[in-house]
Ligand binder design. Structure first.
Ligand code: GTP
Ligand code: MG
Length: 224
């Protein structure tokens, strides 16, 4: 997985605003935020390692890699605040932790459609993993044509003095579904949204066509 670790530290925060009258609460919230990011990134790494291990085991036993690659991202502080405001919730780190489940995110790109459910099963059956949310946008694609399996799982992160169960959002999809989602996202966010709506039906057709192709490839894979 390719990610960069967050580097905000308690020491840096104290250097920035330490001791300034009336700003203690800012320092406290920033400290809590830095600690939160560190623990959530650890959770992301725990899950990513589990997935890499499962993929390696599959390669040895079946000469097949279910996983093509894994991407990771942490939601940036600005998006976190935006989301919490949209939900009308308190702008504290506690409120962020209690209400937002995609602070740490992983995207698992599989080779075939079947692999999506294999990855889900192998991960969710592990003793320390708890699935707290599941949305299957493959069985029920979104109106846009979007397909993907969305899970939120909790994984224990062992800290110096205690254990915290941390949620990680995992989007699992095939190369074709990922290609469609990336292009559609680019069209939607980097171009005029109204114009994109003109092509909505076209985008759905393309999502369906890609799905048909991937089903065909899977059929060939099964027969070989
Ligand atoms: P959020 O508050 O946005 O997380 O909504 P939610 O909790 O209902 O999540 P949902 O299951 O809809 O998934 C949201 C994420 O899935 C987005 O951040 C995108 O990464 C992805 N996604 C959902 N719908 C689409 C879509 O139509 N097109 C693309 N490209 N991505 C989508
Ligand atoms: Mg989400």
């Amino acid at each position: 997985m390719n990610t960069k670790r967050n580097t905000l530290s308690v020491k840096k925060i104290r250097q920035m605003i330490g001791g300034e009258a009336g700003l203690d609460w800012v320092a406290d919230q920033l400290t809590a935020l830095a600690q939160m990011y560190q623990i959530y990134e650890s959770a992301q790494h725990e899950i990513s390692t589990k997935l890499e291990n499962l993929d390696a085991e599959f390669e040895v036993n079946y000469n097949h890699n279910p996983i093509h690659h894994i991407d990771g991202r942490m939601k940036d502080p600005q998006s976190l605040i935006g989301k919490i405001q949209k939900k009308g919730l308190d702008r504290s780190v506690d409120s962020i932790k209690n209400n937002i489940f995609d602070i740490a995110g992983l995207r698992v790109i599989t080779n075939y459609i079947d692999d999506i459910y294999t990855v889900e099963k192998l991960l969710s059956q592990q003793d320390d993993i708890e699935v707290i949310r599941r949305k299957d946008y493959i069985k029920n694609p979104k109106e846009s044509g979007y397909r993907s399996l969305h899970l939120v799982v909790k994984v224990p992160v062992f800290k110096a003095n205690d254990v915290e169960k941390v949620p990680v959002e995992i989007q699992i999809r095939t190369i074709g579904m990922d290609m469609w989602a990336s292009l559609e996202h680019e069209l939607r966010y980097k171009t005029d949204v109204d114009r994109v709506e003109e092509f909505a039906a076209n985008l759905v057709d393309n999502a369906n066509a890609l799905f048909d192709i991937e089903q065909n490839f899977q059929e060939i894979h099964h027969q070989l």
